[in-house]
Design a protein around this ligand. Structure first.
Ligand SMILES: NC(=O)c1ccc[n+]([C@@H]2O[C@H](COP(=O)([O-])OP(=O)(O)OC[C@H]3O[C@@H](n4cnc5c(N)ncnc54)[C@H](OP(=O)(O)O)[C@@H]3O)[C@@H](O)[C@H]2O)c1
Length: 338
């Protein structure tokens, strides 16, 4: 089978991770890397052993020179919409990093462009889904292990010091929500199989923060009435949780808990039990890439295609909007165009 030629647009911290994931697959090949900065391209080539892979100063040059069939966009999220629309127009299949957009207008533009070009696969990377412990937790909820869930608590504490190129994240308003929390909001939908109905959000700046305004809390009510209490920070001093956070799912017949050691336990049904996990051998990005390639080859939509992910984006932006307005936001009001 002819390998899928992929151009990587973005060559920073996460662009590197994607380049490694593409390199590891036999059904994909690198058509080039786009970066404005020749020194960064040189460093990448050296570090990742990409001697034969061309670097390009712009997407247009990569299109002309690399003849790609697909693009992976790892630019800062303020550029995701523009870049995704350009790539769809150029006839490429797209993986775009999370969050796919910064506003509902942008999300809607991508949604509509993907709908108007059904022959292109447009998928958002939500890699927290494809980890053994999150897959295990989802399966246990779906199998009815604790009966119907009624209350979920998410508690995420991270200490994020890594600098971004040109400080795009350091200067962002609401960086915790607009950069990190999309993973958790997407997981709320993925783990429960339910859509959110309403969100109440709070965003605030701890005095010691090295970001603009970054901690956040939210209460999300899902369609069944299931309530999710959510709290997250990127400026925790010690006591960090896993990236997904500690997740406690309380159901009618027991509790499921994802702990700090990434184990999933069932409690409240006699002796606590650790649920065995299955590995994801190709890794989380490899798994996402496999779903992408499968979608291109078979026409089956990948689970995080834009039509699905627009709902995770809407939940994120509902929390942002609620925090700004000081009142609850109804999800249906954000998604009138669906
Ligand atoms: N899924 C995950 O777990 C995960 C983890 C980390 C990041 N991400 C996502 O990946 C994306 C990139 O994050 P990152 O951490 O890789 O960022 P980064 O290290 O700062 O890299 C950003 C890349 O975009 C390029 N770029 C183009 N125009 C830019 C501009 N005007 N300002 C800043 N950079 C610009 C950068 O510079 P050059 O053009 O000079 O090369 C660089 O190659 C973000 O959307 C982020 O949310 C996802």
């Amino acid at each position: 089978m002819v390998p899928l030629r992929i151009v990587a647009w973005g060559a920073g911290f996460f662009g590197r991770k994607w380049l490694e994931a593409v390199k590891a697959r036999n059904d994909c090949e690198l058509a080039g890397v786009v970066s404005r900065t020749p020194a960064r391209l040189e460093e990448l080539r050296r570090d990742l052993g990409l001697a034969g892979v061309p670097g390009y100063g712009s997407f247009e040059e990569a299109l002309a020179g690399g003849k790609p069939g697909a693009v992976i966009i790892t630019l800062p999220q303020t550029f995701h919409c523009e870049a995704t629309l350009k790539a769809i127009q150029a006839g490429l299949h797209v993986i775009v990093e999370k969050p796919m957009a910064m506003t509902m207008d942008e999300g809607r533009a991508i949604f509509q462009a993907a709908r108007d070009h059904p022959d292109r696969v447009v998928m958002v990377s939500q890699n927290f889904r494809w980890r053994p412990h999150t897959l295990t937790l989802r399966k246990a909820i779906g199998n009815g292990r604790i009966g119907r869930p009624g209350h979920i608590m998410f508690e995420c504490r991270q200490q994020i010091r890594r600098k971004t190129v040109d400080a795009w994240r350091e200067q962002m308003p609401d960086p915790f929500l607009l950069d990190y929390a999309i993973h958790h909001f997407d997981l709320m939908r993925y783990l429960t199989g339910e859509e959110p109905r309403e969100a109440v959000g709070v965003s605030f700046q701890p005095t010691w923060s090295w970001f603009e305004g970054n901690a956040a809390a939210a209460i999300v009510t899902m369609e069944s009435g299931l309530v999710v209490n959510y709290g997250g920070t990127m400026v925790s001093h010690g006591l960090e949780t896993p990236q997904e956070g500690l997740i406690t799912v309380i159901g009618e017949r027991g509790t499921l808990h994802l702990d700090g050691g990434l184990q999933v336990r069932v409690l409240g049904q006699g002796e606590p039990e650790v649920i065995p996990q299955e590995p994801v051998p190709e890794g989380e990005l490899g798994h996402g890439l496999a779903k992408f390639v499968d979608a291109i080859r078979t026409g089956r939509l990948p689970e995080t295609h834009v039509g699905d992910n627009i709902r995770s984006l809407a939940l994120l932006l509902a929390v942002v909007e609620s925090a700004r307005r000081g009142q609850a936001v109804t999800l249906a009001d954000m998604l009138t165009f669906l």
